[in-house]
Design a protein around this ligand. Structure first.
Ligand code: GUN
Length: 291
């Protein structure tokens, strides 16, 4: 029998814990954490993500500010806004929702964010600090994955972990976190140029699938009793939903689940954790700034 890792439940537990902390801050007359989100354009996915982030702030009692720009905003105007937010003492942390339109450099914008307010953990300073094991903001998805493994008491030390995908926001950072001192997995990263992915994944105690190909991981790629973390969230057409699409993970759940010990579903696994990670980072940013 396998256990479904319930990201919805864990994320709502963490939200309650954060709300409790906010209550204590309020009772002591402290500063309420304040997150700002910058949204450029009206991409459907980005609109939804940012709306969820703002709603989550309300749920835990944070202040939130949404800053909107037209898709044709000049890069310099966006950079000026970033500078304003860097200098605004009421803002504890902020994010600029990605992707940005082609005429704006995501790297330039990310690097303009004050690392102490970079609650997305995308700034090279935060990534660098994370790599050498210093306190840092860890980006939402890797942070959420580590939290799920921790809360389900999944043994990691000495286990083999295969990460599929090497993106800057998931695969690469989670591979570093899994191998760091104190976590101690033996990590292999596989990617589009890997010769025989199935040969590698079928040895793994833990698989973290984060390459964005729906249903890529099949039963024959998985060892009996493995732990499966599915980070995929591809929108695929569906005639069963009102929106006309549904989310599909990188793992063929129906095939793979019976073979494993733990598995995250899509939706309801890693996804809900990403938003609470952002809240956890914002709470930490506030504490650091106001202590
Ligand atoms: N786009 C997709 N995921 C994210 C995220 O975690 N943060 C930001 N800023 N943009 C994203």
């Amino acid at each position: 029998m396998y256990t479904i890792i319930d990201g919805k439940k864990v994320s709502s537990d963490i939200k309650l814990e954060i709300a409790e902390e906010v209550k204590k801050i309020r009772e002591k007359g402290g500063k309420i954490p304040h997150l700002a989100a910058v949204l450029v354009g009206t991409d459907g996915g980005s609109e939804t993500y940012v709306a969820h982030k703002v709603r989550a702030c309300e749920e835990v009692g944070f202040k939130s500010t949404l800053v909107r720009f037209d898709a044709n905003v000049a890069e310099v105007e966006l950079l000026n806004k970033v500078e304003d937010l860097n200098n605004d003492p009421d803002i504890d942390g902020f994010i600029v929702q990605l992707p940005l339109p082609d005429h704006i450099s995501e790297d330039k914008v990310t690097e303009a964010i004050d690392p102490s307010k970079d609650v997305d953990g995308f700034h090279p300073v935060n990534l660098g600090r994370m790599v050498i094991g210093l306190p840092s903001f860890v980006s939402a998805t890797p942070f959420g994955i580590m939290e799920l493994l921790k809360r389900y008491n999944i043994e990691i030390s000495g286990k083999s972990c295969v990460v599929i995908g090497r993106s800057n926001i998931v695969g690469r950072p989670v591979s570093i976190l899994m191998s760091k001192k104190g976590i101690d997995a033996t990590v292999t990263v596989v990617h589009s140029r890997t010769k025989d992915i199935a040969k590698v994944t079928s040895q793994a105690d833990i698989i973290i699938a984060a390459m964005g190909i729906p249903g890529f991981v099949k039963a024959d790629m998985v060892k009996e009793g493995a732990v499966i973390i599915d980070v995929g969230t591809t929108r695929v057409k569906s005639d069963k939903t009102k929106s006309g699409w549904k989310l599909r993970g990188d793992v063929d759940f129906d095939e793979v689940a019976p073979k494993c010990s733990y598995i995250t579903p899509v939706p309801g696994g890693v996804g809900p954790m990403t938003i609470v990670s952002l809240l956890q980072n914002t709470l930490m940013a506030g504490k650091m700034k106001n202590s």
